[in-house]
Structure formats: C-alpha cells, structure tokens
Design a protein around this ligand. Structure first.
Ligand code: SF4
Length: 477
C-alpha cells in the first residue's frame, strides 16, 4: 500500500469532498444497511443481550484497571511457552522489532493477517522502506492494497468499492505482484474470490514470516486469539516458519471465562453472524505444529495516554466490531477516508484524539466534531462505550487546548458572578449598584465589541431599579 493518511485535511474539508461522490454514498448506504439489518436480526435472538453487553463492559473495565498486572502475567505465560515478548512504546519501536525479526531470517516478504494495529503503526510502509514486501491476505485488504487505496471501514476496508470496481483492480493490478487475474474475470463474487485465492496461495506457500495482530490476549494462559471469516488468517498463522504478532495492550482479557463473553458479542455485532467462521488461538510454540519461532510485540502507542483520560478511557474497551460505523448517519454519508485514519467512524472520532492527544494537529482536533451526537453508536456498541459523552468531553479538551491557559472574557465574567453570588452581603451590594447603573450596562452591551457579540444570541434584561430584597425590607419593616 503506497497511499497514506498522513497529511489528510481536517474532517470538514475531507467530508465535503466525499459528499460530492454519489457512487461512494450509494456503495456505503447499500453495504452499511445490509450489515446493520443482519446484526439487528441476530441480536434480537439473544434474550439477555443487554446483560451480555454490560458483562462485556464490566470485564473490559476490570481488565484495564489491572492492566499492569495482567500484562506481566501475559508475558510470563508467553515466555513459558517459548514465545519472545517485545515491548513497544510507539509505532517506531514496534516497526523496528518487526523489521529486525524479518531481517534476521533473511526474508524479503511477509504475509499478513488483517490487523488494525499494524495499520495504525504504518508497518507496511516501514517494511517497504527496508525493501520488504508485505502482502495483505484478507480479501478486502488485498483489494485496498492492489488499488493503492486506503481502508475505509474497520471490518470491510474496501466497503467503498463495488464489484465492478474490484474486477477492474484485479485485472489491472494483480499481475504486478504475482499470479495475474484470469482474462475473462467477471464481477461475480465467487469468481473474484477465486482469483484472490489463487493469487494469494503461492504467497502463503512461499513466505517465511507471517505477521498478525490479535483480537484478544488471554493473560492467564498466554493465548492470542484471531477471529476472521475467510481462513486466510489461519494460513498466515500456521504456514510460515516465523510468526510476529503486534498486539495493542488493551486487547488483554484476564481469563478464558472472560473470553467467552466477547466471542458471543463480537460475531453478532460485526458480521451479524451467530458464530465466527474461523477462530484461531495459539499460545507460544507447539513442537511439530505451526511456526517454529513466535514473537509478540506488546504495543502502547498512546494507549496509556488514553487510559489516563477519566472519561475517554472507556474507548479502550472497543473490540473493533464496527457496529457503530454501520449505524452512524455521518459515516454513512462521508465514508471512512474523511476521518483521516485507519480508525474511522464514531470510534475513530474518539480513539484518534485519545491516542494522539489534542491541540497539535487540526485534523485530529476536528474529529470530535464529526458527529451529530444522535447516540445510535452507543445503543449498538457491544461493550457500551458512551461515545457521545466522550465526544463532548473531547470537544471541551480541544477548546481548552487552543485556549493555551488564557481564560476567556466570558469565563472571567462567570467567575466574578460566582464570587458575587456566593455571599449575601456582596450580592446585596451588587443589587444596589445594578439598580442604579443597570440601564447603562444594558446600553453599553449594544455597542460594538464583546458585549454586543455576547448579547447577539442572548437576552440581557435591564435590572429592576429596586431589588426584591430591598422591596421586602421597605414594605415589611
Ligand atoms: S466502539 Fe463499540 S460499536 Fe464501535 S467498533 Fe468499538 S466495540 Fe464496536
């Protein structure tokens, strides 16, 4: 993939350009409505769905509360089973580890399972800079990679493409990176899938190194879990001699019993299925079976920053199901590219500012405003992330960051009013003064300047000449 999100314009400008693309809107509406209808049907089958959501939220919160302990337990369990554990503070450190492992085995290519964490750190670009080719093996990721495109959805990265566009990409681009597409390729989904299967098969059989992420990491057993729909993930996890997994530290679940809840929540919320087609689990090395060397990179890259945010830390519960994207009226109209990140939609609007911080990048600062605050995302989220509340809190953080510590005139006025109103003698004095001079203050507020700006959308009633308390004293001596 040569395209990059770096340097993307702020959300309003990117959204305006996306809104002009009617084909994009048509593709998105069709795809998001199909997935959300499927989700609604299978969720309705579960009588205790709300209790399950609450359990998912509580388990994730408990895991994050003891994150330091659970991570050390995970490392211990992984090392005991023969894996090598690396800790990466940021994207640069994580990419460096993966490059070193690939270089140590003399490889110049890797096969990849679909992984948001590796996209977040720009791993493909870092590998390409070292002359190492990274082949995406998820069908949608392959479409994005061959089209020099960018992912626009968490679960279906090529959601903005229709079948005819995909056929054209395969016909034009497959030959440049391996087995070409058949000359008579049609836009029939089974033909497209078969062309991708044949194209990828030779890469699976040839690659020495596989790269993955993980949906979950079970601390007590050192088990990494990948859920996927196509079986390509299992090929990447088992065929190459070496496996490197880049895992965000928030993926931790303390026990096997906890995993049960998430494996019930995730497929229904993401693809609208009762069970996931492929759930692969591995813990370290198994002699004679699968890779002979396993590396696990535990990635921070802003997660501890997000964890320190009292309101925003709930975003780390996210299990990347994408249900919030499929119901979002803003996402449905502008698509994923407008968010300028591998994390688009409502979760992207909070996760990007939380991971990267606000106040430095106008693109990141624009994201908390990319929402109508309708609350649909909160209603479908399987781990009950209150995205609207986090958005509002982030908006206040953006405003504060740009204020750079200088109090605004309105804030000074409000603080003075609070000081006056909190003491009865001060209030009585202010009432006497306003009774005598109030008329002039009201007129002053009409003059050009901050007063007129403030009153342009607010009423400033003229204070009465005599306050209620003065009237009470005068009439009831
Ligand atoms: S925020 Fe909730 S609904 Fe959105 S992707 Fe994450 S878990 Fe799914």
């Amino acid at each position: 993939m040569t395209a990059t999100f770096v340097g993307m314009p702020a959300f309003p400008a990117a959204a305006r350009a996306a809104l002009a693309d009617t084909q994009l809107r048509h593709n998105l509406t069709h795809a998001t409505h199909t997935i959300r209808d499927k989700r609604a049907r299978v969720v309705a089958e579960v009588p205790d769905w709300e209790e399950l959501r609450q359990a998912g939220a509580d388990l994730k919160d408990a895991a994050l509360l003891g994150l330091d302990r659970h991570l050390e337990q995970l490392e211990e369990a992984l090392v005991a089973r023969g894996a090598v554990v690396h800790w990466a503070r940021d994207a640069t450190e994580a990419c460096r580890v993966v490059v070193q492992v690939v270089r140590a085995h003399g490889a110049d290519e890797v096969v990849k399972v679909k992984s948001m964490a590796t996209q977040e750190i720009g791993l493909n670009e870092a590998l390409a800079a070292e002359g190492i080719a990274a082949w995406e093996t998820d069908l949608a990721e392959l479409i994005v990679q061959l089209g020099d495109d960018l992912p626009s959805h968490i679960l279906v990265p090529a959601i903005h493409r229709n079948r005819a566009e995909i056929r054209e990409i395969f016909r034009r681009r497959m030959a440049a990176s391996g087995r070409p597409a058949p000359d008579d390729l049609s836009d029939d989904p089974s033909e497209l899938a078969n062309a991708a299967r044949l194209h990828l098969r030779e890469k699976f059989l040839r690659a020495k190194v596989g790269v993955s992420g993980a949906n979950f990491a079970v601390a007590e057993t050192g088990t990494l879990v990948v859920v996927e729909s196509e079986g390509n993930g299992r090929m990447c996890l088992t065929l190459p001699e070496v496996l490197v997994s880049v895992v965000g530290i928030e993926k931790i679940v303390p026990t096997w019993a906890d995993l049960d809840v998430f494996l019930r929540l995730l497929p229904r919320s993401s693809t609208g299925e009762r069970m996931n087609p492929y759930t692969s689990m591995w813990h370290g090395l198994t002699p004679g079976d699968g890779p002979e060397e396993v590396h696990v990179v535990l990635l921070d890259n802003g997660r501890t920053r997000a964890l320190s945010d009292r309101v925003g830390r709930q975003a780390l519960r996210c299990i990347r199901c994408s249900a919030c994207l499929n119901v979002c009226p803003v996402y449905e109209r502008v698509g994923g590219h407008a968010y300028g990140s591998v994390y688009p939609g409502p979760i992207g609007a909070i996760l990007n500012p939380l991971l990267r911080g606000v106040g430095d990048d106008p693109q990141v600062d624009s994201l908390p405003y990319a929402s109508s605050l309708c609350g649909a995302c909160y209603e479908v989220c399987p781990v009950r992330i209150d995205i609207p509340s986090v958005l509002v809190d982030l908006r206040s953080q953006v405003v504060d960051a740009h204020r750079r510590g200088r109090p605004r005139a309105e804030a000074v006025a409000m603080r003075s009013a609070a000081w006056t109103l909190s003491d009865s003698r001060r209030l009585a004095r202010a009432e006497r003064l306003s009774g005598r001079t109030g008329r002039w203050w009201t007129r002053l507020a009409q003059l050009p300047g901050p007063g007129r700006r403030w009153t342009s959308a607010r009423d400033l009633p003229e204070p009465p000449a005599e306050s209620f308390r003065a009237w009470w004293r005068r009439t009831r001596p």
